[in-house]
Design a protein around this ligand. Structure first.
Ligand SMILES: C[S@@+](CC[C@H](N)C(=O)[O-])C[C@H]1O[C@@H](n2cnc3c(N)ncnc32)[C@H](O)[C@@H]1O
Length: 422
């Protein structure tokens, strides 16, 4: 495709993303379906450039003011993530000079909000929690793209076998530092074509998500509920750690998300999973399981702010008011889900949010209302779960799991673990 045509298409995509009416990944997928002729490299440049605009929107909009022509084209030029000389082939004389001039701006002298590129409502709680130095490290980390992590399906293969098979196919992967199931790939190969993927030996799953399933420690023959299963990333990990025995219910209010679990289940070789669409957390099927379940994982709906590396649009689509509503929803789901546990049973509450309001504050409200649940320090649970002992301390704060993109190279996650007293 001619450079200018690709730049114009990129500007068109940016225009649609900046409406913020749908998730960016949904819009990008729909855009690629509409433009089937685009090659792999063109898609990469287009999507990465559009995501770069979402990541650094305040900075780029500020710098773009001095240019000419449609704003989305200026943003695409400034954020361009493809080949540099290809871009130059798309620019007119004015744009070439302008780009040169903008590149010479000393960005370290710009106001803080143009350097961290986060909305005010998010800056305050994060700065308060982390202090200045860590806050800036986090702001930098969430503006990078995330590595590609795989979880090895231990029902079908061992981690070192998959690592060797990937190497034979020309891909380098290293064991993840914390999860005993994880491999981190170099680059971003098209996995769908690889044998290890087709045969269900691996699934794509961020290392942080793997740690949530590890905290649940689902065992052979147990009755387990993944209460907010979605497309089943954690369900698959739980089913494998149950060695395909017992009963694993995958609940979710979204039938559409549960549908996406089906092909993944087929690849995984699991036959102990029962997907169930519930109407709400108060569904009769939830009530019927009261006091019967060994382990419940509540991977609650949340702001997703721990996944900003993958979903940078979330910082512009979420709000302080939205987070307050989520807190109430999370507590309601956790309360309902907790009733299913039998004495001695384990409850895990998790989010991929960075904010205390969705994390410690929900855990604290739950604990105050439920003295029948005793907190199990996350560091003790992780020590059982084959996470390397010497690394566990860095993963936990005040007895909770707390993962941060700038410290752990994973998405941001929180988890609290309780046991129901006898
Ligand atoms: C963080 S996502 C789950 C991701 C999933 N566990 C995974 O590993 O891929 C939260 C899920 O909660 C579901 N959800 C929202 N409200 C719910 C409710 N009241 N009861 C159960 N699930 C709910 C959403 O549909 C969404 O799929």
């Amino acid at each position: 495709m001619h450079p200018n045509a690709l730049l114009e298409l990129t500007a068109e995509l940016i225009d649609s993303l900046l409406l913020f009416d749908k998730p960016a990944d949904t819009l990008v997928s729909a855009f690629f379906r509409e433009h089937r002729a685009l090659g792999q490299r063109e898609r990469h440049a287009l999507a990465e450039t559009a995501y770069a605009v979402l990541r650094r929107r305040p900075l780029l909009q500020h710098l773009a003011q001095s240019g000419r022509g449609p704003m989305s084209r200026r943003l695409a030029i400034l954020a361009w993530e493809g080949n540099e000389s290809f871009l130059r082939g798309a620019l007119n004389e004015f744009e070439l000079q302008w780009l040169q001039q903008v590149k010479s701006v000393d960005r370290s002298k710009l106001p803080a909000k143009l350097r961290h590129n986060l909305p005010d409502w998010l800056v305050e709680p994060l700065q308060q929690r982390l202090g200045d130095e860590q806050f800036w490290a986090l702001a930098e980390a969430v503006n990078q793209s995330a590595p590609l992590d795989l979880r090895v399906n231990t029902l079908k293969a061992k981690r070192d076998e998959v690592q060797a098979a990937l190497k034979t196919s020309g891909f380098n992967a290293a064991p993840t530092p914390y999860s005993p199931w994880g491999l981190r790939l170099e680059g971003k190969p098209a996995l769908q074509k690889l044998d290890v993927f087709i045969s269900g030996q691996v699934e794509v799953q961020d290392e942080g998500s793997q740690l949530l399933a590890l905290l649940t420690e689902a065992k052979r023959g147990e009755m387990v509920v993944d209460f907010c299963a979605g497309a089943g990333g954690k369900t698959l990990a739980l089913g494998a750690s149950m060695r395909n025995t017992g009963r694993l219910y995958a609940f979710d209010v979204s039938g559409h998300r549960l549908e996406k679990l089906k092909p993944r289940l087929a690849r995984s070789g699991l036959s102990n999973v029962y997907p169930v669409q519930i109407s709400s957390e108060r569904d009769d099927r939830v009530k019927r399981l009261a006091g019967k379940v060994d382990r419940v994982l509540v991977d609650a709906p949340c702001s997703g702010l721990g996944t900003l590396r993958r979903n940078p649009d979330l910082k512009w689509r979420q709000s302080a008011e939205g987070v307050t509503e989520l807190h109430a929803k999370q507590l309601a789901i956790l309360n309902s889900a907790s009733r299913m546990l039998k004495p001695g049973g384990r409850l895990v509450y998790a989010t991929c949010s960075l904010l205390e309001e969705e994390n410690e504050s929900v855990a604290q409200a739950f604990a105050e209302a439920h003295p029948e649940f005793e907190l199990l320090p996350a560091q003790d649970v992780l020590a059982h779960a084959q996470v390397p002992e010497e690394r566990i301390a860095t993963l936990c704060e005040n007895g909770f799991l707390r993962l941060w993109p700038h410290r752990h190279e994973s998405d941001g996650f929180f988890a609290a673990v309780w046991q129901r007293r006898n």
